[in-house]
Ligand binder design. Structure first.
Ligand code: GRF
Length: 202
């Protein structure tokens, strides 16, 4: 039975596209039932429309308070009735009520090898720090900042002449493989959270 997934994205949505393509290619046993976005200008909206995926707008600017926005987001997510919620470049930190509503059912991709370089501009942080290896991480979302149980990680070597942009481009290529793979494992019921760890069943 195919899982229902909903994607939350705020921007260009290249990871969203990778998920759409992986589903279309039969690599992920899922149906993408919604794009939820907080940004009316997100290019991800065009990608959703092309793929005939319903778009749900929860525009932060349209709400009088953060609480009102959070409530509307929670309702939009519940109405999607997804098995899995995928954060693909969703640029807002989710409140605890939203996070607690979907335990073990929300994933994020982060452009660094967590727990290094949490938060914004992870690729810039990696270049400034002078690390020799960075990469990307797919993890379950909990109430910490980029600190939930890690599902998959992929390494990307940092080259001497890398700047933030060149490193980000190479990490992004790996993200587009890593994210659909993690979603596939979830959709095949092969991920089990044991304490802080994620076990992948054969
Ligand atoms: C990616 O680098 C992802 O790791 C981070 O936000 C970026 C989203 O890019 N969370 P895109 O919108 O999927 O192209």
């Amino acid at each position: 039975m195919k899982k229902r997934i909903a994607v939350l994205a705020s921007g260009r949505g290249s990871n969203f596209q990778a998920v759409i393509d992986a589903i279309a290619a039969g690599k992920v046993p899922a149906r993408c039932v919604a794009l939820i976005t907080d940004n009316p200008k997100a290019y991800a909206i065009e990608r959703a429309e092309k793929a005939h995926i319903p778009v749900r707008m929860v525009d932060f600017a349209a709400f009088p308070t953060r609480e009102a926005y959070e409530r509307a987001l929670l309702v939009a997510m519940q109405e999607a009735r997804a098995d899995l919620y995928v954060l693909a470049g969703y640029m807002r930190i989710l409140g605890s009520e939203v996070v607690r509503a979907f335990p073990g059912r929300m994933m994020n991709i982060h452009p660094a090898l967590l727990p290094s370089f949490t938060g914004l501009h992870a690729q810039r942080q990696a270049v400034l720090h002078g690390v020799k290896v960075s990469g990307c991480t797919v993890h379950f979302v909990d109430e910490s900042l980029d600190g939930g149980p890690i599902i998959l990680q992929t390494c990307v070597p940092v080259q001497d002449d890398d700047d933030e942009e060149s490193l980000a481009d190479r990490i992004l290529e790996r993200e587009h493989e890593c994210f659909p793979e993690a979603i596939r494992l979830f959709c095949e019921d092969r991920l089990e959270i044991v304490g802080r760890k994620v076990r992948v069943r054969k």
